[in-house]
Design a binder for this molecule. Structure first.
Ligand code: ADP
Length: 472
């Protein structure tokens, strides 16, 4: 089978979160099983672009309303990611330093999707499936089916994977002029509550819809930022497939970001060296358990609770642990976390920003990883942490519920709690400190977690049978 993935992110080319990790890994694992998976994404100005060599494979021109522009598709020469990688360049529109966050993001991603389909219409053959990811590419199922320009590729089945339904890409109806001429009878396929809603349109028009964990799909029927009724209505074509992790990139024995590698047998010594590196860099106390948070500092991740969690843990559990936080996001949270730095007694620090290398050392050197998420479609951090022998402390929601079992339950290894509340999280902190004192127990848990299989092997098979069902 040939599958074309269309995405705004793909690790290591450009990543802002879990979407990048998934699109950087899933195609590789599909190829390993004998399929042909390709990725096309916007050409941003990233390190990866300048560090690699490219062939020009297509040049075309298209338009967004009255604005006519040229676009180019380039392909990475050596297939170094394990799949064909195509970047689509629209001068001035896509070639920016950041992936998102510009006022014209709607125009940027609409133009990207139009150009992908223009290019696809020129292929000598058709891929068996077009697989799109999140709202940035979710207008493609509508455009393939209902734009007159794409009649020649109308029969290609589409799959939409929802990595996060919180962001839907709403646009005013005035933006409808950007979409190439379409069958006006189908306006309802674009509309949701009097706006164009790309994610809702993707759910309506794609042949299959997947979410990145089974529990998240169930939760979306009750809480999906306004799309609850739609998820209920379309449940027949929706399924939850848990993300895997790229075990080649995320391997404590070979991780290129680590100075101190370790395998399951030497987990204690290996983690201690990485922890020491972090403690020296951030002025923390090596003797105390190290609890870290890595992620976007937004309400979805429960990041607004962190300042109070740290303060209350110090107050009620005692200064018996270190906290180290890595992330960026809401200015309020960034300011509150930074303001706590001077109060540290060698037990608290924060790094505001995005730092891939530091995140890997934190997964390796931490004792516990805190994830007090309000919403967690799948969550990759908890799986990375377990692969590096770090105990996850998670709220039972979405993919966290599907991947972590509390160590108090049979066969369990993590710390789980039900509410994203300061009290519940602090109780988890107390349990972590107590677990850390029980050397035998935590050592056994570390080994147990490192032997769990969170690789793509299981999930990729589910995607393949989904694709096969569409072709049949
Ligand atoms: P989401 O996509 O919702 O942000 P995921 O758990 O699916 O959450 O994926 C988060 C990914 O982004 C992980 O690989 C995590 O390590 C990484 N990440 C998030 N914030 C940062 C940061 N500030 N620095 C480095 N890596 C980060």
């Amino acid at each position: 089978m040939e599958i074309l993935h269309v995405s705004a992110e793909c690790y290591p080319v450009a990543k802002a979160g879990g979407l990048g990790d998934v699109v950087g890994a899933l195609p590789k694992y599909l190829n390993d099983l004998g399929h042909i998976a390709k990725v096309v994404m916007p050409m941003y100005r990233t390190k990866f672009l300048y560090a690699n060599e490219w062939d020009v494979v297509h040049k075309g021109s298209s338009n967004l309303g009255n604005w006519v522009f040229e676009f180019t598709v380039i392909k990475e020469k050596t297939n170094k990611l394990g799949f064909d990688l195509y970047l689509l360049d629209i001068n001035g529109l896509l070639d920016r330093e950041k992936v998102y966050g510009y006022d014209d993001d709607s125009e940027r991603f609409t133009a990207f999707q139009i150009c992908v389909l223009d290019w696809l219409s020129t292929w000598q053959h058709h891929p068996d499936v077009v697989h799109v990811h999140d709202h940035h590419t979710a207008l493609i199922p509508f455009m393939i089916k209902h734009c007159y320009k794409y009649t020649s590729i109308k029969s290609i089945p589409t799959v939409l994977t929802i990595h996060n339904a919180e962001y839907q890409g709403w646009m005013n109806w005035s933006n409808s002029i950007f979409i190439p001429p379409w069958d006006m009878w189908k306006w309802g396929m674009l509309d949701w509550k009097n706006n164009i809603n790309p994610l809702a349109s993707g759910i309506k028009c794609a042949d299959k819809v997947t979410t990145v964990s089974p529990s998240y799909l169930q939760e979306l029927k009750y809480m999906s930022n306004g799309l609850e009724a739609l998820f209920e209505y379309e449940k027949g074509k929706c399924s939850g497939i848990l993300n895997g992790i790229d075990v080649d990139v995320w391997d404590p024995n070979t991780d290129t970001y680590l100075q101190h590698h370790f395998s399951t047998d030497e987990v204690e010594a290996g983690k201690a060296k990485n922890k020491m590196q972090l403690c020296e860099q951030f002025g923390l106390d090596f003797e105390k358990p190290l609890i870290v948070f890595i992620g976007r500092l937004v309400g979805e991740k429960g990041a607004d609770l962190l300042p109070k969690v740290v303060a209350d843990s110090f107050l009620y559990v005692g200064r018996r642990m270190n906290f180290l936080i890595l992330g960026s996001g809401s200015p309020d949270v960034e300011i509150a976390l930074t303001a706590m730095q001077p109060l540290s007694q060698y037990d608290y620090n924060v790094y505001i920003g995005y730092h891939e290398g530091l995140s890997h050392v934190m997964y390796a050197g931490a004792d516990f990883l805190l994830m007090p998420s309000r919403v967690e479609p799948c969550g990759l951090n908890q799986m990375y942490s377990m692969r590096y022998g770090t105990v996850p402390m998670v709220r039972r929601t979405g993919g966290l519920k599907d991947t972590v079992i509390d160590f108090g339950d049979q066969g369990g290894y993590g710390i789980c709690y039900d509410y994203a509340s300061v009290g519940d999280i602090c109780h988890g902190v107390w349990r972590a400190v107590e677990l850390y004192r029980d050397h035998k127990k935590i050592q056994a848990i570390r080994r147990q977690m490192m032997n769990l299989d969170f690789s793509w092997k299981k999930s990729v098979v589910q995607y393949i049978s989904l694709y096969e069902g569409l072709i049949a």
